[in-house]
Ligand binder design. Sequence first.
Ligand code: ADP
Length: 203
Amino acid sequence: MDTPKSKHITWTDSHVTYAMRTERNRHQGAVVWFTGLSGAGKTTLAQLVERELFALGAHCYILDGDNVRHGLNRDLGFSPADRTENIRRIGEVANLMRDSGMICLTAFISPYLADRATARATCPTGSFFEVYCRCDLAECERRDPKGLYQKARAGKIPEFTGISAPYEEPNAPELVLETDRHTPDACAGQVLAMLRERGILVS
Ligand code: ADP
């Protein structure tokens, strides 16, 4: 559903504008959207980047897969429709955080092109950064940080991305990180460099 259910709602602007927030923060708001297979390194890299941003004095926050499913999205599972709704809600929340002046980092498999396009469309042009954590499925399975691939191979987890559910690779991400070829620190450094080059961070 693209339009609100009720026709009797209006948008109310705040007295504190986005420009006022960014002037005080000394950085722009942004959404850094990590995507990739389970075990590709989304959480690891979001955490490294967040730590670095925080040390620089930036306002930042991570929205992470399982955490969101404990609260906001606890009513959703892993069917295609639920995955789509999961990402739609996260995209909306991430954009609100961006509008509040924060750099919001998201770490979700977000396997469908169309869902990531929806999240992107929620944000103003130039404020959404799709970061593809590219990693061979075999390497993700070898890492298996949560033991999920083992369970999926044993048939204990239905609709597992890469095994029994699809992952649609990004067509034109802002950044591709080859996490099976470079260290986590090197990959995190690439994200920070991108945020500087794109004018989100000024220092
Ligand atoms: P995801 O959030 O994508 O499911 P995690 O970050 O939980 O993945 O796990 C990735 C695992 O791969 C971690 O154990 C991490 O230490 C390891 N790893 C190895 N190289 C990298 C890299 N370049 N970037 C991110 N993680 C890496």
